[in-house]
Design a protein around this ligand. Structure first.
Ligand code: PLP
Length: 390
């Protein structure tokens, strides 16, 4: 059997041993409902609030500013809809970027259809947005800016601190989707200055289906999901205690490891990029310097479609993606890439390799070889098809 090498950690990551260990008691022994008043319930409540404190500490926030959700998508939706429907003005103006995940872009498209004005900023070719370009779009009607901390597609880490300061100078709320950044680079809400920030457990070795929204806005009595009144009445529903405990443990572990993991991953990534770029016609996308430590993304000339490359890599035991986890069907990645001035044809031929601390140098070397071979094979097939059809 071919050995499997997983290099798609931006799509999702395996639950760490520490997170799993923290979660396990909450499935059977400590399974109580946090709202129940007997001791089994109060110990679940304690686990929930301890987790809230841990997540808050990892992000530099206060516990009262952390709301648990079902993941990054929900955190983004909540931030955007709450800001626009409860704090914005009808016909008000929102600024976002062409880099955003659909979890931000789609709610904003819906709000645009409801009468909000939405400006989509295009970054430079490296995926960076300059404070000046944001400032130029702000008007007296602007009440929200939503720009991601790090790109899932091209790995660029944006200068959120500066962008947020530009919005705050005009009293405008700032949301950032930090789903790809939290646990991978330092993310401190006080340092960044943001009002709203989204994270997702499964992107930093926590479980799937759990996330958090940081909000420093004093919450209006707006119930986001109606029911039993959990999460201070904002989001009802019995809390996912094992998931929340696992996410808090994973985030704490990832943040504690940052001083060594960032360097470890950046070294592995650079080794991989160097190997892959030996093949002609392969270009690194995103910011070559300010990028996620484990993220390597490319566009590749001479392929009929990036999906063929992913299939060839799969044959060789390598789990990679063509840009973003959802891109195969939604083409979200190629929309981001074309907004970075990459041609539509080339944008369909993207490769994303995202490493984790569980990857080794030996694996990176094997992935490098597999990618080189797979590119050659798909190029040969593409050429053969071309001659056959012309
Ligand atoms: N935002 C970004 C930047 C992402 O990469 C993802 C997932 O790929 C999400 C949001 C959605 O997160 P979740 O899968 O937890 O819903």
């Amino acid at each position: 059997m071919t050995r499997r090498i997983y290099v798609d950690n931006s799509a999702t990551s395996p639950v760490s041993e520490r997170a799993l260990k923290a979660m396990l008691p909450h499935f059977r022994e400590e399974f109580g409902n946090p709202s129940a008043i007997y001791s089994l319930g109060s110990s679940a409540f304690k686990a929930l609030e301890d987790s809230r404190r841990q997540v808050a500490k990892a992000l530099g926030a206060m516990s009262s500013e952390i709301f648990f959700t079902s993941g990054g998508t929900e955190s983004d939706n909540w931030a955007i809809y709450d800001a626009c429907r409860n704090r914005g003005r009808p016909g008000g103006h929102v600024v976002t970027s062409s880099l955003e995940h659909n979890a931000v872009a789609k709610p904003l498209a819906k709000l645009a259809a409801e009468g909000h004005r939405v400006t989509v900023l295009r970054p430079g070719p490296d995926g960076q947005i300059s404070p000046g370009s944001l400032e130029a779009e702000l008007t007296d009607q602007t009440f929200l800016v939503s720009i991601m901390t790090a790109s899932n597609v091209v790995g660029t880490v944006l200068n959120i601190k500066e962008l947020c300061a530009v919005a705050h100078k005009r009293g405008i709320l700032f949301h950032t989707d930090a789903v790809q950044a939290a646990g991978h680079v330092p993310v401190n809400v006080r340092h960044l200055g943001v009002d709203l920030l989204s994270i997702s457990g499964h992107k930093f070795h926590g479980p799937k289906g759990v996330g958090a929204l940081f909000s420093k806005i004093p919450r209006a009595p707006f119930p986001y999901i109606d029911g039993g009144g959990q999460e201070k009445g904002s989001r009802s529903g019995t809390e996912n205690v094992p998931g929340i405990v696992g996410m808090a443990a994973a985030l704490t572990e990832a943040v504690e490891a940052l001083p060594s993991s960032q360097k470890y991953l950046a070294d592995l990534r650079d080794r991989l990029v160097e190997k892959i770029q030996r093949t002609p016609g392969v270009r690194l996308t995103g910011d070559p310097v300010n990028r996620l430590p484990g993220h390597a993304s490319f566009v590749i000339e001479g392929l009929a479609h990036g999906a063929h490359l992913i299939n060839e890599l799969n044959e060789r035991g390598v789990c990679a993606s063509s840009g973003s986890a959802c891109s195969a069907s939604s083409r979200e990645a190629s929309t981001v890439l074309t907004s970075l001035n990459i041609s539509p044809e080339l944008s369909m031929n993207a490769l994303r390799l995202s490493l984790s601390v569980e990857n080794t140098e030996e694996e990176v070397d094997l992935v490098g070889e597999a990618v080189t071979e797979a590119i050659q094979k798909v190029r040969d097939l593409t050429k053969a098809q071309y001659y056959h059809s012309h």
